[in-house]
Design a protein around this ligand. Structure first.
Ligand code: K7E
Ligand code: CUA
Length: 664
């Protein structure tokens, strides 16, 4: 209890953090007035102005909304299996979820970052992080498919991730939990944190043409918790900034022990220099184990490769590569202004928002204005790096985004509001209540060189009483504000999938016209494709039975299959031979211990079924594809193990009766 007594001040803040009702905004009504409805109204049949990509948190998925309507357009599975379309269940997509621990069907997805060219969103890809088993994914925005997932060695709790550099040269991922490196003995006492634990940052290169990700190198840093990060841009091009907490290096009761110091850090890394050093052969090869999973749109199949080596540089060995900037009270968000000059650290427990100046940081380094070092990394004097502080912004600042008029907007978790302030004079200009505790917020382009200034969305936690009750768990909410005027105006609430954290948005025109409508059947190079009904067949290979099947409105070929035995492994390779937009077919088999397939036109997908009993087993299309969709079905006859019923298959003809009656 001694610890608590010496931290009374902190406890007051904890009380605020968790005593949320005390900070419940007063006018809990609709708080919407005047022309709000018209501003978010998108008439039936009309398209939205923006795509809004929202992290799914513990759902492991990403949802795609239209703005300003708040209409849900799609849920894209990334780190979680999705029975709706067979992601992670089909034989082709299972390898996407492979890791060095084997296949993992779930993760916790917090941050999304759209790819950029010259600091502007280019609409090619969106990157996503997995916190629990550290991974970074790339979603292709022509197909809205998860195209790639790469696992990160030497990491645990991949939270400060995935944030990209101005030209998508690198996706950067900082570990939340410091841990002993993978090639060291991890079987050590937990209280040897200070000696044995390291904080690792991964630099993942992105191929300009095809987007393929590789771990270019890792930077080993002092043990802290990396929380968030953003790339420098414009004047701070080539730099990267990370918020760190637990500079106390505590290994237990972090809520108290990691909140002791008045200031933690923003860590600044000159990534351009690090990349050059690696190119010059610096760093050591470390033996590790991690999965690299890629999905090929030609074979419609993912491949998982286990890789065994990574290049690691120790930050302490390269003076002038990394600097620490003191930042008050357990900083969370770490956001860089559109020009790249201002770096905003949001201390969760701080009563102000510090804004650092890139120019002053350069001057401080030049003048060696250091306050000693932190585990060998120079610590720049706070005052020397500080541009100024936003005074009395509210309680519990978390995240900041920028508009096109020189303003910043910060979410206040504890005082439940979005606060608008001017980046130049640091004066608070406006505050708008949110319902109730906002985490991230998002302005389309709000973390790029070219932010917009029309909409802001706050993604709220603990959203009591905004929507009809649905048992003990309530939908969390996104709240859309019009920020085109001097005052923010709330215009819409919409519920979210899972728990929303960071989000991104971009003008619809950047993505819409590149959308793939269907896959060309002649380009399908899946080894089990059937390019027409004439190519369908059923082949037995030992106890494996491969069914090469096609789907087209409104039948499956073949639709009568005999000769399958109990205990066989049956693989239904279903090719959708439609060549038209929006005509998926589904496929499901009674008793199969897996989800359905949802097969896009021109695609092949495979469902595995191990029949466990003798009998007649129907299969059918699960997607209402035509007026005769209910007719789109078939039967598989299952004979006992060891039966000599030959393999036979047909569509539209009755199989000869006499041959197929069992002898007994
Ligand atoms: Cu603030 Cu995980 Cu980005 Cu959520 S984190 S709120
Ligand atoms: Cu195909 Cu229903």
């Amino acid at each position: 209890m001694k610890v608590f007594k010496t931290n009374a001040g902190i406890l007051v803040i904890f009380a605020l953090l968790f005593g949320l009702n005390a900070c419940k905004p007063k006018n809990v009504g609709s708080a919407v007035s005047g022309d709000a409805a018209a501003k978010s109204y998108v008439a039936p049949g009309k398209y939205d102005e923006y795509y809004n990509f929202v992290s799914g948190g513990f759902s492991g998925q990403m949802s795609v909304y239209g703005l300003p309507s708040g209409r849900l357009l799609r849920v894209v599975p990334i780190f979680s299996v999705n029975p709706e379309n067979g992601y992670g269940y089909s034989e082709e997509t299972k390898p996407m979820l492979n890791t060095s621990h084997g296949v993992i069907p779930w993760d916790d997805q917090h941050h999304l970052d759209l790819s950029q060219t010259d600091g502007s969103i280019d609409g090619r890809w969106i990157f996503a992080n997995a916190n629990n088993t550290p991974r970074v994914a790339r979603v292709d925005l022509t197909t809205f498919h998860t195209a790639e997932i790469i696992e990160l060695p030497n990491s645990a709790g991949n939270h400060s991730s995935p944030f990209i550099t101005e030209n998508t040269e690198y996706v950067i991922a900082g570990t939340r939990f410091s841990v002993p490196p993978d090639d060291k003995n991890g079987d050590v006492p937990i209280n040897t944190y200070k000696e044995n634990f390291k904080g690792t940052i991964s630099f993942i290169s992105v191929d300009k043409d095809n987007g393929n990700m590789d771990i270019a190198f890792q930077l080993q840093c002092p043990p802290v918790n990396f929380d968030l990060s953003h790339a420098g841009k414009g004047v701070s091009s080539g730099w990267f900034f990370f918020s760190c907490y637990n500079s106390e290096q505590a290994n237990t009761l972090l809520e108290v022990n990691a909140s002791k110091r008045d200031k933690d850090f923003i860590m600044a890394v000159i990534w351009k220099k690090a990349a050059e050093l690696v190119k010059a052969g610096k760093g050591r090869k470390q033996s590790v184990k991690y999965a690299s999973n890629r999905y090929d749109e030609k074979t419609h199949t993912a491949t998982s490769t286990i890789r065994t080596e990574v290049t690691v540089m120790d930050a302490m060995d390269f003076p002038g590569l990394v600097y620490m900037i003191p930042c008050p009270k357990s900083p969370h968000g770490c956001d860089v202004s559109p020009t790249g000059e201002y770096i905003v650290g949001s201390g969760k427990l701080a009563a102000l928002i510090p804004v650092f100046s890139f120019e002053k940081i350069q001057k401080a380094i030049e003048d060696k204005s250091f306050a000693g070092d932190y585990n060998g990394i120079p610590v720049i004097n706070y005052e020397a790096a500080l541009y100024g502080e936003v005074k009395k912004p509210g309680l519990g600042p978390l995240h900041t985004e920028f508009d096109d008029k020189g303003n910043a907007y910060t979410t206040m978790f504890v005082s439940s509001e979005v606060v608008k302030w001017n980046v130049k004079d640091l004066k608070v200009l406006d505050r708008a209540p949110t319902y109730y505790s906002p985490g991230h917020l998002m302005i389309p382009g709000g973390d790029t060189k070219k932010p917009t200034g029309k909409y802001l969305v706050a993604y709220n936690k603990i959203t009591k009483d905004r929507f009809l009750p649905t048992g003990p768990e309530l939908a969390q909410s996104a709240q859309l504000f019009d920020i085109s005027g001097d005052k923010m105006q709330l215009i819409l609430d919409y519920p979210t999938i899972g728990e929303p954290h960071y989000a991104q948005a971009v003008a619809a025109s950047v993505i819409r016209d590149n959308s793939v409508k269907f896959f060309k059947i002649e380009e399908n190079s899946n080894p089990y494709v059937s390019k027409g009904e004439g190519a369908t067949k059923v082949v037995r290979e030992g106890n494996k039975v491969h069914v090469y099947m096609t789907a087209i409105r409104s039948h499956l070929t073949p639709d009568n299959i005999e000769g399958i035995r109990v205990g066989d492994e049956v693989y239904f390779h279903v090719t959708n031979i439609e060549q038209d937009w929006d005509v998926p077919h589904g496929f499901a088999v009674k008793g199969a211990a897996t989800a359905e397939l949802l097969i896009m036109p021109g695609e092949t997908a495979t469902l595995k079924w191990v029949p466990d009993r003798v009998g007649m087993v129907p299969f059918y299309c699960t997607d209402f594809c035509s007026a005769l969709h209910q007719e789109m079905s078939g039967y598989a006859r299952v004979s006992p193990a060891g039966s000599n019923t030959p393999i036979s298959f047909s569509t539209g003809t009755n199989l000869p009766k006499s041959d197929s009656i069992p002898s007994k």
